[in-house]
Design a protein around this ligand. Structure first.
Ligand code: ATP
Ligand code: MG
Length: 408
């Protein structure tokens, strides 16, 4: 037995009874005289309904509603003067307590959405059963929604179709985004591969051509020495030979930096050690902690080396550090490198380099396209730590190495 006098579905029974006693005042607005009259006949037979006035246009409907303030306005969707939507908008301002029902000959779902959005208490299609119309008026007076069953079904179908079309569009967009990401990844792989090939080629040219040509010129200088007579001439030649050796040595370093042969011959730790020794100066102490239990395969080695060198370039250029620590270790089926400095530190800018600066982004992208990760931690005044990991077998295949001589 219900305690509150309310049935499980609807309003309190007492309220319904009150509604039944109270007559509902109704305005009918329709430009079709036959429909208007038929509706008027139908409603005048209802004792619970009082017909206020009839309107044939939106303007008339608005004027009557403002004057009579009916409980319910039955509005044809398409009437002269802006139709049901305009009438609804104006009535909402001039007679806010009036509820309205949209009424239309068509099963036009777009009009349904518009009227419902404007706050209509329901939507009836012309041709609805008399009982349905009367009930809808009473429901509207109680601020309850009514909708012709056919129309509700058509709206739901359309909404479901919309949702499934939107889903399809979303999937197509996702596919495009995925493809764009994939294309970008492929481009990066090509770029890194082309960069390595080019570095290898330039290093080979320096070795096979420039350094050989300079060595031949050096031999000629030695022959020239035999012809010199005065001490001043010998001294001038000494200075020339020193400059010459300096130039050859710089070329060898350039070649080494382009593609250190130590990396191929002696491994990652040895190549990094050689680089760190070049970095070492009066004020900077550099340390390499090598915990590798095996040498990374050649391709992984090149990527590990390049990223570490880029991080070290930043340390040299920006940090003003006194201590730099490079740690190599095998980790989680791959290779992990960490570069810590005790320098100035900085506030990282989101996920990569600032515009016009490439180093951080290049490091991260190299690690990612090889299937690994890269991260940076830095705080102003508290140094910088770069760590990255590459899987044992990288996604990227780099050009094969050639034996090149070590730097002088
Ligand atoms: N170890 C570091 N210590 C202090 N600041 C750093 C360090 N590494 C990076 N930074 C800061 O981050 C910025 C971005 O670094 P990034 O390597 O992307 O560019 P860059 O070194 O300025 O130029 P590029 O590498 O393109 O020649 C640097 O300009 C610098 O301000
Ligand atoms: Mg940099």
């Amino acid at each position: 037995m219900p305690k509150s006098g309310r049935d499980s579905q609807g309003p309190p029974i007492a309220a319904v009874a009150r509604d039944m006693e109270r007559t509902v005042s109704v305005l009918i607005a329709d430009d079709d005289a036959a429909v208007r009259e038929a509706l008027a006949d139908l409603l005048s037979e209802e004792s619970s309904i009082t017909l206020v006035e009839l309107a044939a246009t939106a303007d008339e409907a608005i004027e009557i509603a403002a004057r009579q303030r009916p409980h319910v306005a039955l509005l044809d969707v398409r009437m002269p003067g802006g139709g049901g939507p305009r009438a609804a908008r104006e009535i909402a301002v001039r007679s806010p307590q009036t509820r309205y029902l949209a009424f239309s000959a068509r099963e036009d779902t777009a009009a349904v959405y518009e009227m419902l959005e404007l706050g209509a208490s329901g939507y009836l299609v012309k041709g609805a059963a008399d009982r349905e119309i009367v009930e809808a008026i009473h429901r509207a007076a109680r601020s309850q929604l009514s909708m012709s069953a056919d129309l509700a079904t058509a709206c739901f179908r359309e909404l479901l179709r919309d949702v499934s079309e939107r889903k399809k569009t979303e999937l197509a967009l996702l596919e495009l985004v995925r493809k764009a990401g994939h294309d970008r990844e492929e481009l990066l792989v090509h770029l890194v591969r082309a960069q390595e090939t080019e570095r290898l080629r330039i290093a080979s040219d320096i070795h096979d051509d420039s350094i050989q040509a300079m060595a031949a010129a050096g031999l000629r200088l030695q022959q020239l020495r035999k012809r010199l007579r005065t001490a001043a001439e010998v001294e001038a030649l000494d200075r020339l030979e020193d400059a010459f050796q300096g130039a050859i040595s710089r070329l060898r370093h350039l070649m080494f930096n382009l593609r250190p042969a130590t990396l191929d011959r002696s491994g990652l730790a040895a190549a990094l050690q050689a680089h760190l020794e070049q970095m070492q100066s009066g004020t900077v102490v550099v340390e390499l902690e090598n915990h590798l239990t095996a040498e990374p395969p050649p391709e992984t080695r090149v990527i590990l080396y390049r990223i570490t060198i880029e991080a070290l370039a930043n340390v040299q250029k920006h940090s003003g550090a006194h201590l730099v620590l490079v740690r190599l270790e095998n980790d989680d089926q791959g290779w992990r490198v960490q570069i810590d400095d005790d320098g100035s530190g900085f506030t990282p800018n989101g996920n990569g380099s600032a515009p016009g600066h490439l180093g951080l982004t290049a490091m991260r992208e190299r690690a990612q396209i090889a299937g690994g990760w890269w991260k940076l931690e830095s705080h102003p005044g508290a140094g910088t730590s770069v760590a990255f990991w590459l899987p044992a077998v990288p996604n990227l295949t780099l050009p094969s190495q050639q034996a090149l001589p070590s730097p002088a």
